[in-house]
Design a binder for this molecule. Structure first.
Ligand code: BGC
Length: 737
């Protein structure tokens, strides 16, 4: 897992460490514990209600206060009226935008573009910091392989490498600014760790993750966040190996502090220190406080248990003053590094220009769209040859729904919906017949179907906006059946009887299981929840002004019962192959147990996803040729260089995400059948070719091994390059012993 020494950010500290020591020497126990205390407050009298505690130094951070006047008043008290003048951390979940909303993180991940992800975070930071916020609880870098889990919306998908690269870009976007710091947010890598493995995709549920899987799949993105300089971590609500993450000394002390040398602060999740009692892990709040403080949680998010119980634990000698100083020092270090101690925190940066924000949101939305199906070149539509289109569905014109989950501050009035964008694009050229068809995606009332069919019959093509409203994904919004909710599948079938091309645009916070209805679409664009500028991005893509370039950051199941399904699965001793799979409808009457293939598949779903990880179509074609390695044998510590020629062999310019996968054929532990190791987005004109080059060092092939150390192992490796995780354009190389 890299060299821990390298990631210690303490190196050139500009005197921060001595300033921290100086403060700690002068602070009382109450003031120290105040730095560990995060509070919330509601209503009209926030300033009055919090002033005494802030003045006394009993509050280090506040959450969910967004009125800049209130924030400034609180900061003024902290800086000018408290003894040590330590500013507050002002926390808010700025997950994929503030007032202007970018696509959901899972949609941003579909861009496979770290520059876009970084720019979205930068914009969010600029907007939020202009209102006094200085700390966000993002990125969420929980590996998410179960789309029943509503929080997959907030994730960067199923893959450790992709999540690590994009998560690091998000951290940099929030924390790093060209203009010096006032327009940054401290980022927070969450939820440490394993939250995405909540059993059955039910939020907050227990997890079962063996150490090999934890270290090889769930932890790498968090290490990437540490390397990117993330200021804070948040614990997971879930338990792992019987220990709630908020009390896990293994995660918080052994891995995070000792192995990775993280010296920022860890915040509990919402009330999760107290919830150690609810887990049945701590007998009461005193014990919960003891567990969290000794494991290494710095900040108690709204629970108030540190404030109530840490003093007695210190007086009893169960928690040492040295421990308290370590915790407080870590919080102060975050404040110093963010520049809060050295600037006037009440001087807020200006809001970025509205057009800049909208353009950024639009570009991100364009790159987040994934073209999943396009039979007979249905798309792009041609405004010159069409005379009318039917725009149908409950999500064509929903300014708030297209923003998705986690948009406390999102301004739905800024949203441009697909219907609005199509209207303005096609005005005077193509007639639009808009019929909702269904009240919501969950409605079961088919009363609107015939009007929708009538519009379809009168039009040249049907564009159908379906999926899930924002409320159906996100925290605590999980589903067991992840097909299209309500009677949307029936609506699609109904509309097919019009005999017109049916183009589906799915807005949703998770991969839906579309196996039962996929043939109902002539073309299908997966739009996730695309944010403020989703409408123009979709309209431009439908009509070919934008060529789709998104690729799936997560595998799409055919049906719900297949999940979790992901590309990096283990081979097993009985791998399924196309010729061993038999479908339930094809089992002969006289079949016996052993005539059923005896490999790892479902009788009703086979073993493959509907759409694989990395998949996404374009309006142009890309050819991959001349895969070559500079050598086929390397030694430990050396690199191999792989090259491929990518050619745009179609008729329009487009961008392709070139992906490199490897497989470690034999190892001391079973390894995934494929692992993404590199990718690059390449834009080419028609007919243009480019040689794309990737270098892989043996460190890139390292994993947590049977002997519980990290490293690569000698032996044979497959290597493939292509446009998705099923590419068969491959070669092999060896690490020689
Ligand atoms: C979520 C966190 C979030 C926190 C603060 C919790 O319920 O799990 O991800 O940052 O609330 O709003």
């Amino acid at each position: 897992m890299g060299n821990a020494q390298e990631v210690s950010a303490a190196g050139n500290d500009n005197g921060i460490e001595s300033r921290i020591r100086d403060l700690l020497e002068r602070m009382t126990l109450e003031q120290k514990i105040g730095q560990l205390n995060q509070v919330q407050a509601w209503g009209d009298n926030i300033v009055e209600s919090l002033a005494p505690a802030i003045r006394a130094g009993r509050v280090g951070s506040v959450i969910n206060i967004v009125d800049p006047n209130v924030i400034n008043a609180l900061q003024h008290i902290a800086v000018h009226e408290s003894e040590h003048g330590i500013p507050l951390l002002i926390a808010r979940d700025v997950i994929h935008g503030y007032h202007t909303v970018a696509p959901l993180p899972i949609g941003q991940a579909a861009s496979w573009n770290p520059e876009v992800v970084r720019a979205c975070a930068r914009l969010s930071a600029q907007e939020a910091s202009a209102f006094g916020v200085n700390w966000t609880f993002a990125p969420m870098i929980d590996i998410s392989r179960d789309p029943r889990w509503g929080r997959i919306a907030e994730s960067l998908g199923e893959d450790p490498y992709l999540t690590g690269v994009l998560g690091a870009a998000m951290v940099e976007g929030f924390q790093v600014s060209e203009t010096g710091g006032a327009d940054t947010l401290v980022a927070c890598a969450k939820h440490f760790a394993g939250y995405g493995a909540s059993e059955a995709g039910r939020d907050y549920n227990t997890t079962n993750i063996p150490e090999n899987e934890l270290r090889n799949v769930y932890l790498p993105p968090f290490f990437a966040a540490v390397e990117a300089g993330v200021g804070t971590f948040m614990t997971s609500f879930s338990d792992i190996d019987g220990i709630p993450a908020t009390a896990s000394d293994f995660l918080l002390d052994q891995v995070l502090r000792k192995e990775w040398s993280f010296d920022g602060a860890v915040v509990s999740d919402w009330d999760s220190i107290h919830q150690l009692v609810v887990h049945g892990f701590s007998e009461n709040d005193v014990e919960a406080t003891y567990e969290a403080a000794t494991a290494g949680v710095e900040i108690d998010m709204i629970g108030g248990v540190y404030e109530r119980h840490l003093p007695e634990l210190v007086h009893q000698g169960r928690v040492s003053m040295q421990r308290v100083d370590e915790l407080v020092g870590n919080v102060l270090r975050v404040k110093f590094r963010a520049g809060l101690m050295d600037r006037d925190v009440t001087e807020l940066p200006s809001v970025p220009p509205r057009m800049t924000a909208l353009n950024m949101a639009r570009e991100a939305a364009e790159q987040s769209l994934v073209l999943l199906r396009n039979e007979h070149g249905t798309l792009p539509l041609n405004a010159e040859t069409l005379s009318s289109i039917a725009v149908i569905g409950p999500l064509a014109d929903e300014p708030a729904e297209q923003l998705g989950t986690w948009v406390f501050d999102g301004d739905a009035e800024r949203s441009v919906t697909p219907l609005a964008a199509l209207n303005s694009m096609l005005e005077g050229t193509v007639e639009i017949r808009h019929v909702r068809g269904l009240e919501t995606t969950r409605s079961k009332d088919k009363g609107g179907f015939d009007e929708a069919l009538c519009a379809a019959e009168q039009s040249d093509a049907v564009v159908l906006f379906i999926g899930e409203e924002a409320i159906l994904s996100g925290e605590a919004h999980c589903r067991a059946d992840i097909t299209l909710p309500g009677v949307q599948e029936d609506l699609i079938r109904h509309l097919r009887s019009a005999g017109k091309p049916v183009i589906g645009v799915v807005l949703a916070g998770r991969p839906l299981a579309l196996g039962g209805i996929i043939d109902g679409f002539d073309a299908l664009i997966y739009a996730w929840h695309p944010g403020t500028m989703g409408g123009p991005a979709i309209a431009d893509t439908l009509f070919g002004r934008v060529v789709p370039s998104g690729k799936l950051p997560v595998s799409f199941p055919t049906m719900s019962g297949q999940v979790p399904i992901y590309y990096g699965y283990k081979q097993t001793g009985r791998p399924a192959t196309p010729d061993t799979v038999i479908h339930i409808d094809e089992i002969p009457a006289a079949a016996t147990q052993t005539s059923l293939g005896m490999t790892t598949f479902h009788l009703d779903a086979g073993y493959e996803p509907l759409f694989p990880f990395g998949f996404g179509l374009s309006y142009t074609d890309f050819a991959y040729t001349d895969l070559a390695l500079d050598r086929h044998h390397i030694r430990m510590g050396e690199s191999v260089v792989a090259e491929i020629t990518l050619t745009n062999s179609g008729a329009v310019a487009g961008a392709e995400v070139v992906q490199l996968y490897i497989r470690d054929r034999f190892a001391s532990l079973t390894r995934p059948i494929r692992e993404l190791k590199r990718f690059e987005r390449v834009t080419l004109e028609p007919g243009e070719s480019r040689r794309v080059r990737f270098e892989l060092h043996t460190d890139d092939l390292a994993f947590f091994r049977r002997n519980k150390t990290y490293g690569a192992e000698p032996g044979a490796f497959d290597l493939w390059i292509g446009g998705d995780s099923t590419t068969d354009l491959g070669t092999e190389f060896h690490i020689d012993a």
